[in-house]
Design a protein around this ligand. Structure first.
Ligand code: HOZ
Length: 432
């Protein structure tokens, strides 16, 4: 065991600050990062990995991009936190509203969990209703009401929910299968006037990667409008990654509220909830829905977020999509050549795969995939110097710093790794 992991285990539960990082579902022990630059992270033993975690999607430009580093350094020199409004948060709010047409006003917080929690409270406050629909396998952070049938670490650990969450805390949470129009219709039929909000990852990216079926998001929009419920898109992963207007721009479906994190904070702790002024003004101090935070709108984080958004244009997204496509084509080829049954998915700039014989369009199918095979592939890649998420319930993030050489080297390693995989659920060509 590495000395850092040993020390971490003594003082930090599981040795990690967030459960998925512990390698629990893939086995072995986590590498401790000493530094990172561009597409690469270097661990405390001096091993370099071509990194597809990229801070779970936050680092779209790659690690330690000079523009971001400079913005943060300059901001830090002016003070790290004031507990007072700053021009930076105004500029970042304006930058978000310019890119996302459904957003007129923004409230900044420090994590995606807080942003989703705020969105739920806001929806309940604005509608005067209690129930919130979530989808099995979607993840909206770790606040009590959404820790049911959740993706990400909850799925990785195979938990139905979490100890410490009372029945009362989830009594108003309705869980519906993702990608099932019948499911959402049944939820509304059961309580036509009681649903405050339908909260969804428009592209599910915390149960592996699952694209919305054709017309699915539009169907959610229509049902919410019919029943006077708010449609909330959790764009923590998709926001500013699938394009300037995220998934809502890509699919042309307008939510009532949006939740952002990761890219919008440029790799620093920042997240946001946004929507039309009329709705957002239910938040205190204008309205009666309370929400607050000492580090909310932190000047370092807003500087980083603004620096990143200013680097991204249509050309960047096209370039990122081309890189993602190159990786996906290569992975499909590698799995096919090895006779490993795999479903490789790309949604714009997002990449994911399951070792599965069947189409994966919901949480049930994601869970049925061969996660032991994922673990074997993960370690075979890590051993070759390529770091992916240590769980088959996460997504693969290509950054703008990944070069064609990086991607081709990844594919070459994947060819070797796939060939060495143990037998799994089945074999045969990978499917789209
Ligand atoms: N919720 C993150 C993955 N979707 C994991 C965060 C982390 O461990 O850093």
């Amino acid at each position: 065991m590495s000395k850092w992991f040993e020390r971490a285990l003594a003082r930090i539960p599981g040795g990690v600050s967030s459960p998925v990082r512990a390698f629990g579902s893939v086995g072995g022990e986590p590498y401790f990062v000493a530094s990172a630059e561009g597409a690469y992270v270097t661990d405390t033993n001096g091993r370099r990995y071509c990194d597809y975690v990229q801070s779970w999607g936050a680092s779209i430009l790659g690690h330690a991009h000079p523009v971001v580093v400079e913005a943060v350094q300059r901001a830090a020199a002016r003070g790290t936190s004031y507990g007072a409004p700053t021009p930076g948060e105004v500029e970042l709010a304006e930058a978000i509203a310019e890119r996302v047409p459904s957003v007129e006003k923004v409230r900044f917080v420090s994590s995606g969990t807080e942003a989703a929690m705020t969105a739920v409270r806001l929806a309940r406050g604005a509608t005067g209703r209690s129930k919130v629909v979530k989808f099995a396998g979607c993840y909206h952070g770790h606040f009590d009401a959404m820790l049911v049938a959740a993706g990400s670490g909850v799925a990785t650990l195979g938990l139905p929910g979490s100890a410490g969450v009372t029945e009362g805390a989830v009594a108003d949470t309705v869980v519906v299968p993702y990608n099932s129009v019948e499911g959402i219709e049944a939820a509304f039929a059961a309580d036509p006037g009681g649903i405050a909000a339908v909260l969804v990852e428009p592209v599910a990216a915390n149960m592996g990667l699952v694209a919305p079926a054709d017309g699915y998001l539009a169907a959610l929009r229509a049902r919410c409008s019919e029943h006077g419920s708010l449609l909330v898109f959790d764009e923590v992963i998709t926001g500013f990654r699938l394009g300037p207007a995220g998934a809502q721009g890509r699919y042309g479906v307008t939510p009532d509220l949006s939740v952002f994190g990761k890219v919008v904070g440029g790799g620093l702790p920042l997240a946001a909830v946004g929507g039309p002024a009329e709705l957002m003004d239910h938040l205190a101090p204008v309205g009666d829905v309370y929400q607050a935070g000492t580090l909310s709108g932190n000047p370092l984080a807003t500087a980083a977020g603004l620096a990143v958004l200013n680097q991204l244009d249509e050309g960047s997204y096209a370039a990122l999509e081309t890189k993602a496509e190159r990786l996906v084509d290569g992975l499909r080829g590698a799995f096919d050549a090895a006779g490993a049954a795999a479903r490789v998915t790309r949604v714009g700039t997002l990449v994911g795969w399951y070792f599965s014989d069947t189409e994966v369009c919901d949480y049930e199918a994601a869970r049925a995939a061969d996660h032991r095979r994922y673990a074997a592939f993960f370690h075979a890649m890590l051993g070759r110097g390529f770091s992916f998420a240590p769980s088959g319930y996460e997504t693969t993030f290509v950054s703008l710093a990944h070069t064609e050489q990086d991607l081709d080297a990844t594919v070459a390693a994947a060819q070797e790794a796939a060939t060495a995989l143990p037998a799994g659920v089945g074999s045969g060509p990978s499917r789209r």
